[in-house]
Design a protein around this ligand. Structure first.
Ligand code: PMV
Length: 315
């Protein structure tokens, strides 16, 4: 007989619409949740505190896990914040968010664990505090996260994000339809972020100029989203992709999908997340979505998701 969980928590995936990498260096970025894919945590009574990641074939004994284990870290952070001892729970984590694909799977798993634990403890926590705990875990994945992933998966809203500042409310005036296509090439964020850091150290002036360009694009994109001028977003996505290529974070697989989407009628396309692999996004009208999806599959996409960012997106 299947046991019912004591509590459940979940959190969505995310895409970065504009501003990845430059956001690590203080420029603004825009990200949105992807609710079609989610991470979930179910809590069952047990004798000790463990986290089981079914898809990853991992089981972590929280009391004895190394300090850099992300699951154990999240559990300990929540217990510390609530001043509770480690509870006797089996926390089972599942996720349909692809790993190392720029869709924020790590942050979503941490947020799901946090939400399930809060429910099981009968406790509440402001979103900003939960987001800050998830950020602490994100630091284990790569040393200098901007904080955009934890913010968007915890707030579950489109966010205008500047590193070190609270997310700013902004209005989405009209729906934005996007396709998200996976190259199938895993791309750990840490490697791309580290490579950009080394390149920035070697040629700071050039990289600062590229980041400034990205920041300007993000500002123009925000104005277009607030005004409901969706067609303006296409050229801005293409311009952002050009700057990301010049930073060295695109790849032949990403370029192939981007080109296929544009040729099939997408209004704009770019990589989303750390790059090198992972996912790209394409802006489509209702009438183009089927054609662009077919073109992406034919160009090698291993999965194509359709999502839309809806007008109620106010923080
Ligand atoms: O976790 P990813 O692959 O979505 O990438 C995060 C975006 C970066 O700007 C590359 C890094 C960061 O910390 O913001």
């Amino acid at each position: 007989m299947n046991q019912l969980p004591l509590a459940r928590g979940d959190a969505p995936g995310k895409i970065i619409l504009f501003g990845e990498h430059a956001v690590v260096y203080g420029r603004p970025a825009i990200a949105a949740p992807v609710t079609q894919v989610r991470a979930r945590a179910d809590i069952f009574p047990a004798r000790t505190c463990t986290v089981e990641a079914v898809d990853l074939h991992q089981r972590v004994d929280v009391a004895h896990a190394p300090a850099d284990d992300p699951f154990a870290r999240m559990v300990r952070l929540v217990c510390d914040a609530l001043q509770r001892p480690l509870p006797p729970w089996r926390i089972v984590v599942t996720s349909d968010i692809p790993i190392a694909a720029g869709l924020g799977s790590g942050a979503a798993i941490s947020a799901a664990i946090g939400r399930a634990m809060l429910t099981a403890f009968g406790a509440a926590m402001p979103l900003a505090e939960l987001s800050a705990l998830v950020y602490e875990v994100e630091k284990l994945h790569h040393g200098t996260p901007s904080g955009i992933d934890n913010t968007v998966v915890v707030y579950e809203r489109p966010v205008w994000f500047v590193r070190g500042q609270p997310p700013v409310p902004f209005a989405v005036a009209r729906p934005i339809h996007l396709l998200i296509a996976d190259t199938g090439v895993p791309s750990p964020t840490k490697i791309a972020v580290g490579d950009v850091r080394r390149a920035w150290e070697q040629d700071t002036a050039r990289f600062e100029a590229l980041f400034d360009g990205v920041g300007d694009i993000a500002r123009q994109a925000r104005a277009a989203i607030e005004a409901g001028d969706i067609p303006a977003l296409g050229p801005l996505m293409n311009a952002n992709q050009d700057l990301l290529s010049r930073m060295g974070v695109s790849s032949p697989e990403l370029d192939r999908l981007i080109q296929a989407a544009l040729e099939a009628g997408a209004a704009g396309a770019k990589l989303s997340g750390a790059g090198r692999g992972g996912n790209m996004i394409a802006l489509v009208g209702d009438e183009d979505a089927v054609r662009v999806t077919r073109a992406l599959r034919a160009a090698g996409a291993v999965r194509v998701l359709s999502t839309s960012i809806q007008p109620q997106g106010m923080l």
